[in-house]
Design a protein around this ligand. Structure first.
Ligand code: ROI
Length: 157
């Protein structure tokens, strides 16, 4: 059994509902499921797109990394994933942040997520779930979080 962290993001087609529906779908193959608060965040990338809703989920699964990736992509597709441009607006994004303590570099998958340490809409909700976490490279989440502790994101729910 692996412990995984998945980032959820949406800024199209009622983002809050997109994340709530994704949580329902994830629970179908997850044990000990937990999810952070939902945060409203300013877009990283082009600014002429709507604000995002972001969250992080933590759960245990028997799925391998690639099996998990397949499941996440099928949930994105079931929810009518639209992605209009690179770094642009999307209906639903589900990204594997962490898979146990593994470091994975394959054609389809890079874990830990390559840019997670720079993204407040990832680090802040991850810290809500697991403030004591250490990343596979030895960095403590506590340390990463310091950079974002004065963030201006609003919490929904
Ligand atoms: N910006 C925010 N705030 N949240 C996201 O989930 C998000 N996802 C993306 C890009 C386009 C990089 N910007 C984002 O893929």
């Amino acid at each position: 059994m692996a412990t995984v962290y998945v980032a959820l993001g949406s800024n199209l087609e009622n983002p809050l509902e997109q994340l709530k529906q994704a949580v329902v779908s994830l629970k179908n193959f997850a044990k000990n499921f937990d999810v952070s608060p939902f945060y409203g965040s300013k877009p990283l990338g082009p600014q002429d797109q709507p604000d995002y809703v972001n969250a992080v989920a933590k759960f245990e699964t028997e799925l391998s990394p690639i099996e998990l990736l397949d499941k996440l992509q099928s949930i994105e597709n079931e929810q009518g994933r639209v992605r209009l441009r690179r770094w642009g607006e999307r209906t639903l994004d589900l990204d594997i942040l962490l898979y146990d303590n593994q470091q994975i570099e394959s054609e389809r998958l890079t874990v830990p997520h390559y840019d997670m340490h720079n993204r407040e809409f990832v680090i802040v909700p991850l810290y809500d779930l697991a403030p004591e976490l250490t990343l596979p490279n030895g960095m403590s989440l506590e340390n990463l979080f310091q950079k974002f502790k004065d963030h201006q994101m609003v919490i929904f729910n």
